[in-house]
Structure formats: structure tokens, C-alpha cells
Design a protein around this ligand. Sequence first.
Ligand code: ADP
Ligand code: ZN
Ligand code: ZN
Length: 738
Amino acid sequence: MFVSVIVDISLERDRNTFTYAVTEELLEMISIGSCVLVPFGKGGRTVKGYVTAVSEETDIPKEKIKYVLSMADKDTGVTGTLIRLAERINKKYGCSMALAMKTVIPVSRKVKEKERHSYILGISDYEASLMMTKLARDKRSNVKLRALKAIAENPGIDRKMLGDIYGVGISSIKALLNDGLIKEVTEKTSRDPVFSLEKKDPVEDLTPLQKSIAKKILDNRDRVHLIHGVTGSGKTEIYIALIKEVIKEERQVIMLVPEIALITQIYSRLYAVFRGRITVINSRMSEGERYDQYLKIKNKEADIVIGPRTALFMPFEDLGLIIMDEEHSPSYKSENVPRYDAHMAALFRKEEEGATVVLGSATPSVESYYKCITGEYMLHSLKERAVMGSSLPDVEIVDLREELRTGNKKIFSRRLSEEIEKSLKKGSQVMLFLNRRGFSGCISCRSCGHVIKCPHCDISLTAHNDGTIKCHYCGYEERLPAKCPKCGSKYIGTFGTGTQKVEYLIKKEFPGAKVLRLDKDTTGRKNSLDETIAAFRDGRGDILIGTQMIANGHDFPNVSLVGILAADLSLYSNDYMAEERTFQLLTQVAGRAGRKDSKGRVIIQTYDPSNYAVVTAAEQDYESFFQKEISFRKALKYPPAGHMLLILVESAAEEKAEEAAKMIFSSIASKKMPNVAAIGPSPANLSRGKDVYRRTIYVKSSEEEILESLMDDVISSSSKGPFRDIHISFDTDPVTSY
Ligand code: ADP
Ligand code: ZN
Ligand code: ZN
């Protein structure tokens, strides 16, 4: 017998597998996914490898074949399905097989068990409540109070949970220990990374609509389902009902969320029903923690895993259901090579393991919705909020051009200032959202809202230091105009405001308000994101200012006003998804307002009030948005109406990047393939690292396979002479700008 083995996964360039012979005694133990030791290279040094195929014959001459030495004792959790998934990723996303393997391997080494420190009260509940009242009087005891409360409510909570969820550090814990208020319990045990945050009991009964959707899904398990339901419409309750059915049959569930910050929320909902059968995986975890979670799954102690896209690589013996909540989120696509899409991986496991796939969103991706329209997926709609009395917010669009015309140059319109004032008086909370997805390099007119776009690609042009504006798809360029080509105004240029500046201005205008800010700068520390969110939810802040981080899924019951400061900023992002992102962000942010029993208000400020993404978002009218958007995609053959491949060429030497990009481009163009359009090469938007020059080439085709074979050609020719010192990577159907 012979096996194909992928050798030493650190060999990044290598796409090939090697064939080895297997002795009788090893054969019994070997299967696809096994980790083996093999001799490799001229010196025959021993390296690790993964078995990707087993076969009876080989074309390779006998005398050249070496034998597999032994099984490696390492437990990687790689299954046959995961190896085949790696192969698919390798093919579709154009990375090395080694890197694809690294991507799908759930754990990479065994880790020693760690001690767990957990805490219980050292005093009676009554004494604790007296103590808490006392601590509450002193602002400086804020953290101590939080810690004591957390421990009283969750006896046995451990150090990590206190830190991750409640923002309590070791010094506060020590202080409580010294005062004898709490006791420490130390045990050797598995690391449990999440503790129930808020207790929320499951609902008694599903509504008739929820029931019928759940039934339709269970009756059509071999299909992919999309639940299109506004925020608060009861999607999560449907997920819970489906999970119940699936684990009753002793099959397992993967529950995906786009961001780590959303894990605790869904965890507490599921925990109320499924208790310890849940495990969590996330990229912030240590290897030890990940390994424990993996073991729980392997030992069948857990049958539900919650996590971001990497949770898709957890090995389950009988996977029954994959749920992707907030399926539209760009976080489901990896930003690193291989830039795989979690949708693809979920569909792959569905095909291989017979799992049902359920996607859910208030603003489905154009791609998934399109697949519903074409009949590939089944669509289920929930148009109303689930709880009686909670209704969708009133949405108002404020025209910033009008504000400018009447002399208000501030970033808050008069309407928004008025409403902030009102909310603060009422004692309810305000969220201000600054859309930063766009690039400040895009050119727009503040008088008429006009955005300058490429005449060929219909995406925004970007300003360069040399006074030109360029298209990042095709390289088209023109001079930066001094006046707006549409209305003649001189207020044309690049615009952008930071959240910090907004915070400063808000504090100036509303000196009495307590302002919290949430963006990349403030969430650098590991726990500060959860901390700020918890603080705002607990009412320890009147106004929360944030970027897209506040857009998704968080539930803030006391928010009555949401202000969107510059709705059109993401329209200026220079890629074909600008409108989709804008629509999604606006709709999601608007959904934050008024969730309990009061109707919320949303104010959208914009320079482009007639843009269809803004208008349809204000009306929460997904279908109209989709119709407009899909006709644009079809006209220009952008995904999902076709496929698009990005070839990214990077080098420390600008001429080399340029030369290589030109060579690749002309080799594709010279093939004159029908059904293929190459555009570029063009300088990329941002040079990520210092002194790295980047060129992009985009290739459009209706056939995925054509793009895959083009990728193969580029890879094989790029290992030769002129391409040394050049780094080439790919993105298939990109969802971000390069
Ligand atoms: P989504 O996931 O769509 O945002 P959720 O499932 O979180 O919606 O539901 C929103 C709110 O409505 C939650 O507080 C939930 O408990 C409540 N809810 C959902 N379905 C029902 C139901 N059938 N009966 C009572 N309350 C419900
Ligand atoms: Zn203008
Ligand atoms: Zn162009």
C-alpha cells in the first residue's frame, strides 16, 4: 500500500504531496489524516507529515520509494474531511498546501494542564450585600464592587473570567482576599474559557412563524437555509430550537459568530438551555485552552462549539448543524493567507458530513441572498420583532449639505444635537456611530454629495500625493479637480473625522454627559472591549461613541437614540462592495435603537441623501436595496454575478513589484481567453508594512475553475528568475479593498 503525505508543514512554498510505502503493521493504524514520520530530502532526515490519501498503486518506480517510519504520537485532530477541506482551500485560494493544512489543524500541540483559581464568597450573602452597598458609595471602589458582585452572583467564577468578562484584575482580587471577603479555590482542571454573563431564560414557546421556519429547516436538512430577520425578530430562539433537535439525535453543532465580542452573549443564551455541553473556541485563547476545548469535543463531553470562523475546523464525529449568525459579516473572510471564506468551509463540511447549514442575518450578504433568489438556498423571513411592544425605530435622514448651506459647519447637525439633549434629559442612552470603513483618500463634494468614481469600474477614485486620483481596480487616473465637476463648489476633497475628535466635541457640547469610546485605539488591551460594552450596558455611561465595532449584535436595552455621523463615508471605500457595506452598517446600527418597550430614534447624517444604500437602509427595505445592488453587480460582472480574483504582488523594490505585476498581467491578457477580463495592474491602496510596494491585478470570470487554473499558472511561473524577492498572494472574491 502507498500513502500520499504532505511533508513538514513549515515548507510554505510547497504544494505537492509525496508518496511513501507503508509496511503491513503500520497499515492497520494509518488512515487519512494520520500524522506520520517519514524520511525526507537528500539526507533522509526524519520529518512529520500528514496522510492525505491511501492507494494500492503508484506510478513512481519502486526503487525510489521510501517507507513511512512510524506514526507520530502527536494528536492533531485532523480528520479526512479537514484534509480534503485543506485541499479545497489550497486550490480555491491559491496558497501552499502546507499553509492550508496549518489553517485547518485545530490544535498544534499537547499542553500541560493548568491550575485553575476560582473564587467564592468568604462571608455570608447578607454580609456581602451590606458590603456592596458600602462599596457603592465610594467611586474609587468601583472595580472591587464589580468583583464582589460577580463572585456573589457566580460562585466559583475563575480568575480569567473575572478578567475577561468583568474587567477585574489580580490586584482587586488580592485586595478582596486580604479583606477576607472572598476565598480562593485552586484546582487542577480543564480550562473553561467562558462564564455565563447574564442569565436569560429560554422562551416558553416559539411563535407560529418561528415554529414553521424551524420545521421547514428540519424537513429540508440537506439544504442551505438563510433566515432573514430584523434584529430582535427571534432568530436566536430558532437556532436554539434547531440545536435541541440535532443534539437529541446525538449529532453535533457548530455555532459561528463573526467576532469574539459576540461570543459571551450567545454563550449565555445557549448556556441557559444546554449548560456544560457547550464549548468555546477563539483566537485569543492560549494553546492550552484551545487544546482543552478540542479534547472536550473529542471525548464527547461537549456537542456544541461556539466561536469565530476557526470553530469550523473543530473535529466532530457526527456534525449535524452549522449555524452562521450575522452571516453578512466581512469577518467571516480571513484577512490572512489563505483568505478563505467561512461560508465555503461550512458548505464543504455540509457536503462531506451531511450537516445542515443555517445562515442568519438582518442584512444578508448580497451573495447569500442571490443564492436564495436563484433557488440554491432556502429563504425564510422574519419581518417583525419577536417581543410585543418593541417596534422598529423611527429613522430620519439629515442632509448635511443643507446644514453647510445654512452655516452649520459642525459635525453634529442641529437635529442630532436636539435629540441628544432630549435623550440625556430623559436619562436614556445615546450611541454615536462613526463609519470608518471608507478610506479618507476618496474624493467627495460637501456641497452636493458627489463622489468621483472610475468611469470604467464604477468605484471611488483615491487621492495620491502627486495630485492625481486613481482607480484601484484598473489604474485609470486623472488630475484632482479644484472644483466639483457636478456643482462647481470648491468644497471638494478628502474628508474624515476620528472618534477621538468626536469624543472631544461631544464633551465640549454636553459637558455633563459621561462619554465612552469604543474603537481600535481603545480596545488594544485584551479586556477593554468587553469592559466598555459591559459598562455601557450597566448604565455607567450616557453616550457611547464607536466605529463598526458597535454595529454588530450587541444588545443595549436603554439606548433610545442612535446617531450616524457620516453615513456615506463607507460609500467612498473603493471597491465594489461599498454600497453593500454601507447598507449593512446603517441597518445594523439603526437596529440598536429602542429594543425594549420604547420606540427608538435614529438620525442618519449624510452628504448624499438620495444614495440608494442610504435611502433603503433608512426604510429598512432590504429587497429594494438588493434589487438595485444586484443589477449593478450583474452589469459589471462583480460577485456574485461572476467571480473575481485578486492577484497581489508585493516587493521591497518598487520597480520589481511593477515589473512582476506587468508580466503577470500580460501573460494573462495574452491568453485571450473568452470569459476572462483582467484589469490592472494598479498600485494597491495601502502599503501595509513599511517600504513594501504593492500592485494589484483583478481578473473577472464567470467560471471559478478558469480562475483557479490561472492561479496555478501564476504560481508555477512565479517560482522562476525575475520573480525572486517578490511575494505573490491571492484573494478569491475579495470582500475588502486592497
Ligand atoms: P434575534 O436573534 O433575531 O436578534 P432573539 O432571538 O434574540 O432575536 O429575540 C429577540 C428578543 O425576543 C429576545 O429577548 C427573545 O427572548 C425574545 N423572543 C424571541 N422569540 C420569542 C418568543 N417566541 N416568545 C417570547 N419572546 C421571544
Ligand atoms: Zn458638488
Ligand atoms: Zn477603474
